[in-house]
Write a protein that binds this ligand. Structure first.
Ligand SMILES: Nc1nc2c(c(=O)[nH]1)N[C@H]1C(S)=C(S)[C@@H](COP(=O)(O)O)O[C@H]1N2
Ligand SMILES: [Mo]
Length: 362
């Protein structure tokens, strides 16, 4: 891959009330600003927000008063309160969450949907209870095939559709994985409303759509679920007619230490960035400072938690002044390599192609 520098330095405008870079309005959608992507942990106010409907009606007292309803498929519905959930064994994990539409604005030809740059991805430490532990409290009917989750938010997802809530299902395997949690804390604080207060699902390693916010009911179902947010959206549809539903985040890395169009004085330069690979571990990150002609191995600085992105770094002494194109490329332990180009698909999902950053050494 050979990349030429292009002069494109549109300054970012952050939404003053949130600190996020606003991408959508009503409901609010915002991405993490570039400068905040330089840190391993994303502070709650800078964690990207993606909601399809306005926030549901919740109040502070729901931290204790909220209840979820679990229907195991045998006709009996069990109510579990937040108080009870918080008394169950706690599970705390660092999990990176990426919206499936991250980097959609790079796609050519353009597709509709939120035009995210690189900031629809963030990393937080989540605390909650294993979903499997909660499911163990009820009798799950033996002919169940999936577990369905319903958020308390409602609306019309698209013109021509009726009003519905946000619904997504998980296979029994993923639902019973002890790392799939119902989270009530984010970075040591109660979940902020925009991130699903008082209770949300966190499905580590998967694109964000699986992590249902404002969870109010959980149902064991006997047929696979194909609702709007599972059958119509969050399906990758390629030009050749092939399609598959989104699951794990694809391997990805990018440069966060420098911004496109930046000028830097000549001298030793510390390059750094982030890399992640769904439920796999990142094996190496290669970095090019010449638009892809030559590559060097970056140092992986970690932390290498199973489900969080890792920081990488590389010291570089430019041989000459002028334009240089920086590119990062990740490889994971399952042999997956970040592709040079994202593969175009109808709804603009899972875009993990290389992301060149052009800087000027002066
Ligand atoms: N109830 C509900 N859950 C939801 C959504 C939603 O609109 N409603 N959006 C999903 C999508 S597409 C993403 S990317 C993540 C975003 O989580 P965040 O806003 O906490 O970053 O939540 C998911 N869970
Ligand atoms: Mo998303």
């Amino acid at each position: 891959m050979f990349c030429k520098c292009t002069e494109n330095n549109t300054p970012q405008t952050n939404n003053l009330s949130t600190g996020l870079k606003q991408v959508g309005d009503k409901p609010f959608v915002g991405e993490t600003p570039q400068n905040a992507l330089n840190s391993w942990l994303t502070p709650n106010p800078l964690f990207y927000v993606r909601s399809h409907f306005e926030y549901p009606d919740v109040s502070d007292s729901d931290r204790i008063n909220w209840s979820i309803y679990i229907d195991g498929g045998d006709g009996e519905v069990k109510k579990i309160t937040m108080k009870e959930l918080m008394r169950m064994p706690k599970r705390t994990m660092a999990v990176t969450m990426e919206c499936a539409g991250n980097n959609r604005s790079d796609l050519q030809p353009k597709v509709s949907g939120n035009q995210f740059d690189s900031g629809a991805v963030s990393n937080a430490i989540w605390t909650g209870v294993s979903l499997s532990h909660v499911l163990d409290q009820v009798n799950i009917s033996s002919d169940s095939v999936e577990i369905l989750f319903e958020g308390a938010d409602r609306g019309v997802p698209e013109q021509g559709y009726g009003e519905s809530s946000y619904l997504r299902s998980l296979s029994l395997d993923i639902a019973n994985d002890p790392d799939t949690i119902l989270a009530y804390e984010m970075n040591g604080e109660p979940l902020p409303i925009e991130h699903g207060f008082p209770l949300r699902l966190v499905v580590p390693g998967w694109y964000g759509m699986a992590s249902v916010k404002w969870v109010k009911s959980i149902t064991a179902i006997k047929e696979p679920f194909h609702g709007y947010f599972q059958g119509k959206k969050y399906v990758v549809r390629y030009e050749n007619g092939k399609e598959h539903p989104l699951t794990e985040m694809q391997i990805k890395s990018f440069v966060t230490s420098h911004q496109h169009g930046e000028s830097i004085s000549n001298g030793p330069i510390s390059l750094s960035g982030l890399a992640w690979a769904g439920r796999a571990r990142v094996k190496s990150v290669e970095v090019s400072v010449d638009g892809g002609k030559t590559w060097d191995n970056a140092t992986l600085n970690g932390p290498s938690d199973t489900y969080s992105w890792q920081k990488w770094s590389l010291e570089w002494v430019p041989a000459n002044i002028g334009h240089h194109t920086l590119i990062a490329k990740a490889i994971d332990f399952n042999g997956n390599k970040q592709p040079i180009e994202s593969v175009w698909n109808e709804l603009g999902y899972a875009l993990n192609g290389l992301k060149p950053v052009c800087i000027n050494i002066v």
